[in-house]
Design a protein. Structure first.
Length: 169
């Protein structure tokens, strides 16, 4: 069985990419090793992200906010896929990953920027988690060993648009 390395990138690496890393590691059935990083890491995982992971019984041990530079160093895992989950519409700068992994942009609104009551913030995290988990489930359903690079690239881009149709109406 081929094991694929997947890196989720965002700006702060405190919420969206952390949720994606934990979810793929839990649902990937050993076929995937997920990682996350940020271009400007916050240095800590958002407490609402940790709360949500605990609520869904997803392992958060070892999760930390870190720079994407860690994955460019010698000895770092070689990535097969890199997905940016930052929201370009919010004016964030999404990092671009050098090298040869398959890449796609799966933009998600940043729940860490939600304001208001804790309940409002929790809802923002739930929306982000729902979007991330839906896209990861679609990714998991792809026949990776049967798709050529061009077809796989199209499928990954399509997954990145899932859920955005409702946001443009």
């Amino acid at each position: 069985m081929t094991r694929y390395n997947v890196l989720f990138l965002c700006t702060g690496n405190s919420a969206r990419s952390i949720l994606a890393e934990a979810y793929l590691n839990a649902t990937g059935k050993g076929r995937f090793a997920a990682y996350s990083a940020g271009s400007h890491p916050q240095g800590k995982v958002n407490p609402f992200a940790l709360e949500l992971l605990a609520k869904h019984r997803l392992d958060s041990a070892g999760l930390r906010s870190k720079s994407w530079d860690e994955f460019a160093r010698a000895g770092a895992p070689v990535m097969d896929f890199v997905f940016t989950v930052c929201d370009q519409a919010a004016g964030e700068v999404c990092p671009m990953w050098p090298g040869r992994p398959m890449t796609a942009h799966w933009g998600v609104d940043d729940p860490a920027k939600a304001e208001g009551t804790d309940e409002h913030k929790r809802k923002a995290f739930m929306r982000a988690f729902a979007e991330v988990s839906t896209r990861i489930n679609l990714f998991l359903s792809l026949p990776l060993d049967k798709l050529d690079g061009l077809a796989l690239g199209r499928k990954l881009a399509e997954i990145g648009r899932v859920g955005t149709e409702a946001n443009t109406e």
